[in-house]
Design a binder for this molecule. Structure first.
Ligand SMILES: CCCCCCCCCCC/C=C/C(=O)SCCNC(=O)CCNC(=O)[C@H](O)C(C)(C)COP(=O)(O)OP(=O)(O)OC[C@H]1O[C@@H](n2cnc3c(N)ncnc32)[C@H](O)[C@@H]1OP(=O)(O)O
Length: 721
């Protein structure tokens, strides 16, 4: 059925015109909607039978903001003319300065441009639990319909800057307390109360308030400047590299110093600059890329329905198992946690309790909810409880034989509908399920550590995994607030495979004589939260040593064999776990570079002996970024070529959520396409000539570079999905 898009106006006998936005699913402000709003407001203002106006949205949602597809269109074409000049024409002239009172009837959500329209009305009536916010900064832009000026005037400067900088939405209940919402009524009374409110304003029984002209919540200039100083510090702390966070404060300040109208004009000017920034391009790409992950051909379009998953067994109470159990419990799913002895079991349960208590102490969970979550956990030492579980997630150490034995056993003790998932990060699913007759229900559920906090869930399907099982796991993933990305089966799957050259390249650079702490610092300046050496410390070097041979077996031709990890372990450094790695870890203080590790690096350099003429190479920071991240792009190309992901943007999301690749760079493939495949190819070719085959450009990269095609444009016939 075609979507019904448009703006309607119904004028009642009471003289109230109800203007309704219809653009499913979120009533976003697409160009025809903006044109429709202009037309209807003009019409309502001119008609003699209209005394007052109510603005609302169809299907229980007021408005999800400006149509983000338009930003993407601007990014593709560079053509700003598709952006409407609305902040003055529609929002000030036709709406706020209208002689007829306007009331917003808000339900469901009013976000971005949606909330901005509501704030340009003369009052706002809302149903309970509506979501209100200005999340534009998450898209690399700032509010552009006057929101930077009106929100501070309605809720106060400190609260408004907080909401805008953190893109934090509030409920209509909180909105009422703050003065953003004038009345909170049950959904059934929303329209009638809004109509009455509008007529009350028209008849002078209620005040005719224009938000932009209000000054009562702004305070004195010196008070405002003090608040903005704090906001600048906050922006520097949370988003040092984001231009929009700093620009929005300047725009707010303009309105405080020179008045709201001047602020609106500056807002439009700054918006125009920001919408074309690389940051906006990256973040808008991530917005759509994330949503695209929910569309899996032959799974989500196959007419299947997810089956209910009420009870899950987690095997292994280590860091991963207890994190996975925590994530499930927090979403009210019953969990059976199995360990092999009482000591390990107790440790697992304690870790789950610690995870949950941590959330309470950070104010992220109420005591009540924590108690409820923990009541759903049962620790066990045998398989008796497995008889009625809907899913098992195995999270034991990366040992092929152990996993094979567990899956063989699971087949016997679990009901036939039960999904058999493994949290392996490296081992081939076909090998894990080799000794079973249940290959259609074996699937990878690869969580990232800490599993209760990291949002990525890689769902790994083998050629035998059934679409129903994939769909069920996607639904569980969403229920536990993860972003599921379905990927194909190969060593390392999408994320770990793409990023295995990250550490390798860092080791090569260190062995070539580059200071390892400088490498970490250059990479964090690029935008990753941890450089490769600190990341290694966090994961634990024992793990690095264990998975190395698994990768070497299949990708050995493009690996750099560094003795560094082994030497590190020999010197008693396992990373954060034992307080010493490349850095020193002390409770309560930030990791400190450990100068004594340099002797270990020296030993490694002697063994590899790759420094040209025995002297350290000299590289710029830009070269460090390229030598570390271009090999990652190169492996991403192979992942795309082999069809390990459905679409290139899935790998972008996986890199952002699984490896914390900076979202404002759009993900690994998007970033590479921004630089250009040709440049990356040529640089890798030069590097491989100087430093060897580790850098050799892949066939896919070479082809794209030669043909002038973006990496994201897939035309693979080799899909594993
Ligand atoms: C020349 C220059 C002149 C300068 C003048 C400036 C003029 C322009 C100024 C513009 C200023 C305003 C900017 C904005 O409003 S930006 C948008 C702000 N809004 C948001 O960021 C909200 C984004 N959406 C969400 O957070 C969620 O989608 C939402 C909470 C709304 C719903 O979540 P839910 O989980 O229910 O659903 P999904 O997220 O899966 O979304 C469902 C589908 O809807 C699509 N969607 C959602 N929001 C938008 C949107 N704002 N625009 C377009 N499409 C949207 C989403 O992509 C999903 O689509 P698919 O089903 O196809 O995947």
């Amino acid at each position: 059925m075609a979507k019904k898009i448009g703006v309607t106006m119904d004028v009642g006998n009471d003289g109230v015109a109800v203007i309704t936005i219809s653009n499913p699913p979120v009533n976003s402000l697409a160009s025809p909607i903006i044109a429709g709003l202009k037309e209807k407001f003009r019409d309502a203002n001119q008609r003699n039978d209209v005394r007052a106006i109510v603005l609302t949205g169809n299907n229980g949602r007021f408005c999800g903001g400006f149509d983000i597809n338009v930003f993407q269109q601007v990014h593709k074409t560079g053509d700003l003319s598709v952006m409407p000049e609305v902040s003055v024409d529609l929002v000030c002239n036709l709406m706020e300065d209208s002689r007829k009172p306007l009331v917003a009837a808000v339900e469901g959500l009013a976000l971005g441009g949606g909330l901005e329209l509501a704030m340009a009305c003369h009052a706002r009536v809302s149903a309970p639990k509506a979501q209100l916010g200005l999340p534009e900064l998450t898209l690399g832009v700032i509010p552009g319909f006057g929101g930077t000026q009106r929100l501070p005037r309605l809720v106060g400067l400190a609260k408004a800057t907080d909401m805008i900088l953190l893109s934090k939405s509030i409920s209509s209940e909180e909105g009422q307390k703050l003065g953003l919402i004038d009345a909170l009524v049950p959904p059934g009374e929303l329209l009638s109360t809004s109509r009455k409110w509008a007529l009350d304003i028209a008849d002078g029984r209620k005040p005719f308030l224009r938000s932009l002209h209000r000054t009562d919540k702004i305070g004195s200039l010196s008070e405002a400047r003090a608040i903005l100083k704090n906001s600048r510090q906050l922006a520097k702390k949370i988003a040092p590299k984001m231009p929009q966070h700093h620009a929005v404060i300047e725009v707010i300040e303009e309105g405080i110093v020179h008045g709201g109208y001047s602020g609106v004009l500056k807002e439009a000017e700054v918006f125009r600059q920001l919408v074309l920034s690389d940051t906006a391009k990256g973040l808008v790409h991530v917005f759509f890329a994330q949503r695209a992950t929910s569309k899996v051909p032959n799974v989500t379009d196959a007419g299947l329905k997810p089956r209910p998953i009420k009870k899950v067994a987690v095997i292994g109470g280590g860091l991963m198992g207890s994190g996975i159990a925590t994530a499930l419990l927090l979403s009210n799913i019953r969990v059976v946690l199995k360990e092999i002895n009482p000591e390990y079991l107790m440790k697992g349960i304690k870790t789950v309790e610690g995870n949950i208590k941590g959330l309470v102490s950070r104010g992220k969970l109420t005591q009540d909810k924590a108690g409820k979550a923990l009541s759903l956990l049962k620790g066990v030492l045998d398989y008796t409880e497995f008889k009625d579980v809907d899913m098992v997630i195995e999270a034991v150490i990366e040992n092929i034989q152990l996993k094979q034995n567990i899956f063989k056993e699971l087949e016997k003790v679990c009901p036939p509908h039960c999904i058999l998932a493994s949290n392996t990060s490296t081992i081939d699913l076909n090998v894990i399920g080799e000794k079973t007759n249940s290959k259609d229900r074996i699937v990878g559920a690869h969580f990232f550590s800490p599993a209760h906090l990291m949002t990525l869930l890689e769902i790994v399907r083998s050629e035998n995994t059934s679409p129903q099982v994939i769909l069920d796991l996607m639904a569980v993933g969403k229920a536990i607030k993860k972003v599921p990305v379905v990927v194909g089966n190969c060593i390392g799957f999408a994320v770990n495979r793409t990023f295995f050259p990250y550490t390798q390249a860092a080791h090569m650079l260190a062995n070539l004589g580059v200071d390892l702490f400088r490498i970490d610092s250059v990479i964090t300046s690029f935008g990753l939260p941890l450089g490769p050496f600190q990341l290694g410390d966090l994961a634990g070097h024992g793990i690095g040593l264990a998975v190395g041979p698994i990768y070497a077996k299949v990708y050995g031709d493009r690996m750099f064999r560094s003795p560094l990890t082994e030497l590190l372990l020999k010197s008693g450094r396992n990373g954060k776990i034992n307080g010493r790695g490349y850095y020193i870890y002390e409770k309560g203080s930030k990791p400190k570079p450990d100068p004594s590790v340099l002797s270990v690096v020296e030993e490694s350099r002697k063994l590899t002996n790759i420094m040209p003429g025995g002297k350290p190479i000299s590289v710029t920071d830009k070269e460090i970024v390229e030598m570390i991240l271009f090999p990652v792009v190169n492996e991403a190309c192979r992942v795309l070529d082999e069809g390990v992901v459905i679409r290139a943007s899935d790998l972008d999301i996986a890199s952002v959520l699984g490896m914390s690749f900076p979202s404002y760079r759009g993900g690994i493939v998007f970033w590479a396409d921004m630089i250009g495949p040709k440049y990356i190819y040529e640089r890798l070719k030069e590097m491989s000539e100087t430093y060897g085959s580790f850098f050799k450009p892949s066939r896919y990269l070479e082809e794209r570079a030669t043909k002038g095609m973006p990496l994201s444009e897939l035309k693979s016939s080799r899909s594993r999905l």
